[in-house]
Design a protein around this ligand. Structure first.
Ligand code: ADP
Length: 406
């Protein structure tokens, strides 16, 4: 079975073709600057690599470009479109309606459109990608995989805010949690790597990238997630503030005469390690380079980031009454051994001991705690596309089984 994975944003569309018999990536790429000047990047497993400007006025044209390339006799990886069995779409927000992956039908699109105001930046962009694929490949099975679905096992004690209950009833204001596709993949891969049954372990996944979140997964089910109603809550991130006292925002708005949209712009785009470092950078590599050169703001930004991660890990160990695996993933989590070391230095009370040599290794999966450690600390490379493809294949398999039953 060959699966095309699509991750559609407002002006970009990432894609991969995965052969599920081997889980190998046959081709991957991204259409960027859609509606502007159009840049197409493409790479195959056999070593073909392209980066060129291709006009793409809209997402349908972008999908056209990628499909034509995939089926090209010289550059392609399939003979024709019929070789694509399923298209798996990454969908950001499924609200409370979607607790798992679904076959995309008109009803699902309607239900997702109803969730649009929960994720105004992401959901409409996802749906444009779905629409483009449906236009060009109307007979191909489409499966939607939601970033919120894995987190839907949270109990009310974790997902309700201390707000009047009527706002949950009226508007579904609650914690949804994000990065669910990554948290699911990484928590399961960690258990597999350690030879554990995922239904018997307590895992804390630290997804530390530009956007960062922590997730507590107990016996295969999410107990808590640091992101909330939107992906703004929780950790200090690249440009996002994470948790802030709302009272401070009212104070700031009055002092600087700002309206709500200006406050949101500050919280989403001008805060995090970028804001703390006085606009030095939102990029952790650049901050690390600056810290080495004794830039005290860069050092402070990284210190605050690590401290906040450790606080969440500690609280999630309490939420699960223990922890077996702590897993680092995403750009910073996978690559920054210094940050991992600093975070773990706060966690010695849990009986954590790092193996300094292992902590500097780079691999798809590595255990970085030593034999004395009471908790396994791991680094696992996240693979959201593979997780989407697996879930899409599972839905397709279930459909096939149902078809055979009838
Ligand atoms: P997102 O998908 O949220 O955009 P990523 O998971 O790609 O983010 O992570 C991006 C972050 O990872 C950037 O801040 C980048 O500096 C950081 N990063 C990548 N490689 C390294 C590295 N070798 N050392 C430290 N940080 C790194």
């Amino acid at each position: 079975m060959k699966i095309l994975v699509i991750n559609s944003g407002s002006s970009s569309l990432k894609f991969q073709v995965i052969d599920m018999s081997t889980e190998q990536v046959l081709a991957r790429g991204v259409c960027e600057r859609i509606g502007i000047d159009g840049v197409f990047t493409y790479r195959t497993g056999s070593g073909i690599s392209i980066k060129e400007q291709v006009p793409m006025e809209n997402h349908t044209q972008a999908v056209h470009v990628l499909l034509d390339t995939l089926a090209d006799p010289e550059k392609g990886v399939i003979k024709d479109f019929s070789e694509i069995d399923v298209i798996g779409h990454r969908l950001v927000h499924g609200g409370e309606k979607f607790t798992g992956s679904v076959v995309i039908t008109d009803e699902v699109i309607q239900a997702m459109t109803e969730c649009n105001d929960l994720a105004p930046l992401h959901n409409p962009a996802n749906l444009i990608g779905v629409d483009a694929c449906r236009q060009l490949m109307p007979d191909t099975l489409m499966v939607g995989v939601f970033d919120t679905a894995f987190n839907q096992t949270m109990e009310p004690k974790a997902f309700l805010y201390g707000l009047p209950y009527q706002y949950y009833e009226k508007y579904k204001i609650r914690r949804y949690g994000f990065h669910g596709i990554s948290h699911k993949y990484v928590s399961q891969r960690a258990a597999e790597f350690m030879g554990q049954d995922p239904r018997r372990v307590k895992t804390i996944v630290c997804h530390l990238g530009n956007g960062a979140s922590i997730c507590a997964v107990k016996y295969g089910k999410v107990v808590d997630n640091s992101m909330g109603f939107t992906p703004l809550e929780g950790l200090v991130m690249g440009t996002r503030s994470g948790d802030v006292d709302p009272g401070a925002l009212e104070f700031l708005a009055k002092k600087e005469n700002l309206d709500l949209s200006q406050i949101m712009q500050i919280l989403n785009k001008e805060s995090g390690v970028l804001g703390i470092s006085k606009n030095l950078s939102s990029d952790f590599r650049e901050l690390k380079d600056a810290e080495i050169k004794y830039n005290d703001k860069a050092a402070m930004a990284r210190e605050i980031f690590a401290y906040k991660v450790a606080k969440y890990v500690g609280s999630y160990a309490a939420a699960m009454n223990g922890v077996d695996n702590i897993v680092f993933t995403a750009g910073v989590g996978e690559n920054d051994s210094d940050i991992r070391e600093e975070i773990c230095s706060y966690l010695e009370f849990l009986g954590i001991h790092l193996d300094d040599v292992k902590n500097r290794e780079s691999a798809e999966a590595v255990k970085i705690s030593d034999g004395m450690s009471k908790v396994n600390v791991l680094v696992i490379r996240t693979n959201e596309e593979l997780e989407i493809a697996r879930q899409a294949a599972e839905v397709a398999g279930q459909l096939q089984a149902q078809g055979q039953e009838h």
